[in-house]
Unconditional design. Sequence first.
Length: 285
Amino acid sequence: MTFPELEQAAPSAPSLSRIKRSLVDQAIVAATAARWADAAETNRRLLEYGPDPEAQNRLAKALWELGDLAGAREHYQKALALDPTNRIAERNIDRLKLLLVEAGEKTAPADPTSKAPVSIFVEETGKTGFAHLIELARAKVLAQVNPGDYVELVAEGKRLIAMSNGIRIGVVEPRVAARLLKLIGNGNKYAAGVTSLGAQDVRIIIREVFQDPRNYGKVSFPMAAKSSDLRPYTKGTLLREDEDLEEDLEDDVEDEEIEDLDRVLPSEVTPDEAFEEEPDELEEP
């Protein structure tokens, strides 16, 4: 004698797999739309099906965006406990140690409109380059900055100021700024996005978005390093969690979140040669 209603109560392995896959997709769609509360709740539902370091990382990310630094640390720690080789969790725990001291357990939620458009992160020879920020803002300010955030570049004398959400977060390193400031003076326009953050380190990618006719033939990044290893994250978002390129990307948590992902440039440093003065190149005829 069979009991169909009991047979249907426990989903088969393939069915359970589909349920979990659906929840992962829902969580990522919510994150893509910066619906962080929904993303957090969906990852919590996913964790009801059992331990999952990837879901713990995603939940930690959502809580961080919501301003819950203590909660983010807790779930990164759980991810690391499940997977001691989890580099993303380990690095973010290190960053949060400093931020929790400087900013406290709660900060203001991230602005949903703060994410940079995908196009900024797409590599294009001569038009994109990487830079460090110096003179960084206080940790409490940087606690609200995350990989993938849009950065506005503002010329201020001989310095190029980096702004995010209307707040000054740092200054573009001089070797990069010197060349770009001359091109900006002649009408070029640039946009940038955060590619990675450490405890006391912020890296950005800079893209030429408009070339003034006066700068025709003048390349913004003449010898910028080309990278063939682009790092995926989530559909429509560019949230960089790693500071180093990994050869085994298929084993990395963020890489397994979605298939057919948008891609993010690694946080490489554009070599000094890219910003060396070229004789008379930037001088007015």
